[in-house]
Design a protein. Structure first.
Length: 948
């Protein structure tokens, strides 16, 4: 949590000066591993050369310098360096043993702020090394297109793959929730089989997007895009780079403005309103922890204004550490016409973004887009390609097609389909063959740099990992000797020996670790007495629990500095170690949360220096279920701040707007009304929104209405009978229903005023249906089952897409199993799904409809009597009608003189008397199911009757 403020007190007048540049002191440096690429393969007995591009430029403010870069295998530090060449920091990991590894790098700037790169996944094995393409050993990758196949002499040119169209969203998900991965699978397999670099092009582009996208709400569109990206990440492990956003500049695509509005949720979103791009790249960073995130566009060569416009967005992303590459589509119409030297200038300008430059789509035609351009194309290659390849900030090039007549523009191919080179292709081979070999990428094994030494790596725990005192902590390491054998491996906490292991695998489970910070040291000794040592530092916290051992009571006030014990990453998340307050306030000094003295009424302490995404948790005990007012005591100096409050992972107050109070100790109360809480012990989380810096003092919950669950119309739904989906019980969120979000009724129907999404139905029966359903949501209904027995169940449903289901519970017991929902072909195209022989027990119950999948519409469920458990005895001389009946009663005929009794389904007598033929009974009964027993002439007749 980080903020800077200077308060001067001059003659009783407080002047608050906010130093914005100091605010931004936490803006991170960049760190991008440019070599090796993900999926790189090395043969056992070789070195792995790691290149990291790291800068502290390109941000909106507060740029600086990188002071060091550290290199890691998992969480084991391999080494560090403070020297670089053109922002590239180099480290050689020597004599790497066989295995799969995740390499990362951490850059630290001159303000002490660090940033860790995304991971790069590599394999070291015993098979021969696959060297491929003109760029092998030449320092950068040179990739080509997968156009449903690899055309012509593809293998002789390239060592990386990008799919031309198969990886675009519109190609993959033409029908909503129906994924066609076939083309992407083929491209990925081609790269994976060759162990070469794979680029994903592209996650989001306002050209090839699903046709159904713009019919969705902003929330649904965002959810679908997240689902698409998560699908990519789950299916394809080795993606080195992804073009997260493609061609978003100006009006480069006709739908760019629509895309801005759809994903920002605004109208006429300004070009420089980067909120939605920040959201997009933030989600991509979460989803792709081992993939570099690239912003990609065209028309940059020869246009300072276009480059500068793109750099504005790059800076916003750099501030947040959510971009790894500046991508330029260097197409013929921009490149061919440039004079010698201009491409070099342009690449240098692009590098002002502080991240590597990637040429993501290169083609040249010599300014003549036809097949008679061989000499013009050759001249363009000779002039421009070296400027790209030799530029120190360009870290890789992807050709956008290479076979004549098989590229997107005529005249840009430089080989023929039979493998014969055009003049430009032949020149390219000569040029690349003349480039010096620098040992990477994809070079044959040439021995390793630490022959005879011990290669030691700690595989668990990881650097900075956090545990609790209750955890069993696994310590493990790999140790290989270059010219002998490992005698033993010892595990230490500080100087205390924990365990000695004399044979591989080397591991130990540490139990009962005391709270505190521990340096884990591993020492390996070989048969010649040589020693190698590796260290990681971990932290052990007490298990999460309430501050001072006492749960915060709701209704009541919670002082926000009384967050749970348990430490960073468990009871709270704070982005910076230690306290930013100077001098440190003498309260909870062992925590990383930034606590300061508070000048609000009541004094005490407040939380300060908060940055986006940080959170604190509190153990709370809600004594009374009901509707509450939430009062949050805050101070802020600036606009656009938000805070979210959640209970047990469900938001109860989302993005609370924080006003500009014009001072960090100028306090106001922000009220959120009608927050529904269920009773019980819970974990409350307070999260800072997308904009940094909110000071928080306390939160108060005031009960305004005690809630209890009760039937919607005051009486239970009758079974057998139909239950309309929208007539779920009263009681609110967590009692009568659960909604996954808190964005109001997306269905817009005015039938009820809560969070459940109800819309007007187009079905033949009923007025409304429940829609916009998400997995994990549920609705509850108080029901009264006439009698124990078996019932048939009709479910009225509409849905688009496959593999959807829900189930029904009675008093917490699943009575239906999964009810599979067909694809009805439309959200208002209704079908009835029937289940037979559902066993129900007579009496009053709570029925829950629990949704196990996203997106289906539900109109009603109807239980039909199959075997009630009480047979109705029929006598030809006695008839009762109408049945069901209303307030006018039910008539008994053909019985002569009779005696009658009416009982409820529990057997309790509710009415009795004598009568004659045509006598009406039951007029004063409440709605429900009853049994009418008629006695005459020594005969007894039992009838099940229903009062409506």
């Amino acid at each position: 949590m980080n903020k800077s403020k200077i308060i001067f007190n001059l003659i009783g007048i407080i002047i608050l000066f906010v130093a914005y540049n100091s605010f931004a002191q936490t803006y991170p440096p960049s760190a991008v591993i440019t070599m090796p690429f993900s999926n790189a393969y090395f043969k056992t007995g070789t070195d792995v050369e790691i290149h990291v591009y790291a800068t502290d430029i390109g941000k909106t403010t507060n740029n600086g310098t990188v002071t060091k870069v550290e290199f890691f295998n998992g969480t084991t530090k391999l080494g560090e360096t403070s020297t670089h060449s053109n922002n590239t920091y180099r480290f050689v990991w020597g004599c790497v043993p066989a295995g799969e590894y995740r390499i990362t790098a951490k850059a630290t700037n001159n303000k002490g702020v660090s940033f860790t790169s995304v991971g790069v996944l590599i394999t070291v094995g015993n098979a021969n090394f696959p060297s491929q393409g003109l760029a092998a050993c030449k320092g950068k990758y040179m990739a080509g297109l997968h156009q449903n196949q690899l055309l012509g002499s593809w293998n002789s040119y390239f060592n990386g793959i990008s799919a031309e169209n198969a990886c675009k969203w519109g190609s993959v998900e033409g029908n909503r929730d129906v994924m066609n991965w076939n083309g992407a699978d083929a491209a990925y397999k081609a790269a994976n089989d060759r162990k070469i670099m794979f680029r994903w092009h592209a996650a989001m582009w306002a050209a090839q997007y699903p046709n159904w996208l713009f019919t969705l709400s902003t929330a649904d569109a965002r959810a679908e895009l997240i689902e698409y990206m998560e699908g990519i990440a789950a299916r394809y492990k080795y993606i080195d780079q992804i073009d997260v956003l493609n061609e978003q500049l100006f009006t480069h695509q006709q739908a760019n403005q629509q895309m801005r509005d759809k994903f920002s949720g605004k109208t006429n979103t300004a070009v420089d309103d980067f909120s939605w791009q920040i959201w997009l790249f933030t989600e991509a960073r979460r989803i792709f922890p081992n993939t570099k995130l690239v912003l990609n566009d065209y028309g940059l060569e020869g246009s300072n204004s276009a480059i500068d416009e793109m750099l504005k967005l790059v800076a916003a992303l750099r501030d947040r550490g959510i971009i790894d590459g500046f991508g330029t589509q260097a197409h013929w119409f921009s490149v061919d016409r440039q004079p010698a030297g201009r491409i070099t200038q342009d690449c240098s300008r692009m590098a002002r973004g502080g991240v590597p430059v990637y040429v993501t789509e290169l083609d040249m035609a010599g300014g003549n887009d036809n097949n008679n351009n061989e000499q013009q194309q050759l001249a363009s290659f000779q002039t421009h390609f070296p400027e790209f390849w030799e530029h120190p900030h360009v870290k890789g090039i992807t050709w956008w097609g290479h076979v004549l007549n098989r590229t997107w523009v005529t005249g840009t191919g430089f080989t023929l389909e039979n493998g014969q080179d055009r003049a430009a292709g032949a020149w390219l081979k000569t040029y690349m063959n003349s480039r010096p070999k620098v040992g990477y990428p994809m070079c044959p094994a040439e021995g390793c740099s630490n022959d005879g030494k011990i290669s030691l790596a700690i595989t668990a725990p990881t650097e900075g990992q956090i545990f609790t005192t209750a955890d069993q902590i696994t310590l493990s390491a790999t140790a290989i000797d270059g010219d002998g054998t490992i005698a033993n491996v010892k595990f230490y906490s500080g100087s205390t020996l924990l365990n000695t292991d004399n044979s591989a695998p080397y591991s130990f489970i540490w139990t009962g670790a005391p709270a505190g910070t521990h340096e884990i040291k591993v020492v390996a000794t070989d048969n010649q007495g040589n020693i190698a040592e590796a260290k990681v530092t971990i932290k052990v916290n007490v298990p999460q629990g309430p501050y001072n051992g006492t749960w915060h009571v709701i209704p009541g006030t919670i002082q926000l500095e009384h967050f749970d014990v348990g430490g960073n990453g468990f009871a709270y998340m704070d982005a910076t170690p230690g306290s930013e307050v100077t001098p440190v306030v003498n309260f909870r000094t062992d925590e990383d949360v930034d606590i300061e003295n508070c000048t609000d009424v009541g004094a005490g302490y407040n939380i300060g220096w908060t940055t986006a995404g940080e959170w604190l948790e509190y153990s709370v005990d809600v004594k009374t279920p009901g509707a509450y007012d939430l009062d949050l005591r805050i101070a802020a100096n600036g606009d656009g701040r938000t805070v979210t409050v959640a209970m047990d992972g469900v938001n109860i107050a989302s993005n609370i707007a924080i006003p500009n109070t014009v001072g960090w100790q100028t306090w106001q109360t922000v009220k959120v009304k009608d927050v529904n809480l269920t009773a019980g012990k819970k974990i409350m989380r307070v999260t800072i929104g997308a904009t940094d810096y909110v000071n928080m003092n306390y939160v108060t919950f005031t009960l305004t209405k005690e809630l209890k669950q009760e039937p919607f119309k005051g009486s239970a739904h009758l079974i057998p009978g139909r239950i309309e989906a929208e007539e779920y019980d009263l009681g609110g969120e967590g009692l009568a229903y659960h909604e996954a979000n808190a964005n109001g009724n997306e269905g817009k129907a005015t039938f009820r005023n809560d969070e459940v999404d109800i819309e007007t139905t187009q079905d033949s029966d009923g007025a409304y249906n429940v829609g916009y359903i998400l997995q994990g949501e549920w609705l509850e209904y108080t029901v009264n089952v006439a009698a124990s027995g078996k019932y048939d169940l009709d479910v009225r449903i509409a849905a688009e897409g496959e593999n959807k289901s829900f189930h029904i519970e009675m008093d917490g017991v699943n009575v239906t199993g999964p009810i599979n929902i067909p694809n009805t072909g439309g959200w208002q195209t209704w079908q009835t799904v029937t289940l037979n022989d559902i066993n129900l027990t007579g009496g009053e119950h709570i029925m829950r409809i629990a949704f196990d999948s996203d997106y289906m519409n539900l109109n009603y469920v109807e239980f039909k009597d199959v075997i009630t458990g009480i047979a109705e005895e029929e006598f030809s001389s006695i008839a009762v009608f109408p049945n069901p009946f209303t307030a006018s009663g039910i008539q008994i005929n053909n019985a002569g003189e009779f005696q009658y009794k009416i009982t409820d389904i529990s057997g309790i007598l509710v009415e009795s008397g004598n009568g004659r033929r045509g006598h009406n009974v039951g007029k004063n009964l409440s709605e429900g199911i009853y049994f009418l027993i008629v006695e005459n002439n020594n005969n007894v007749s039992v009838h099940k009757i229903v009062k409506q």
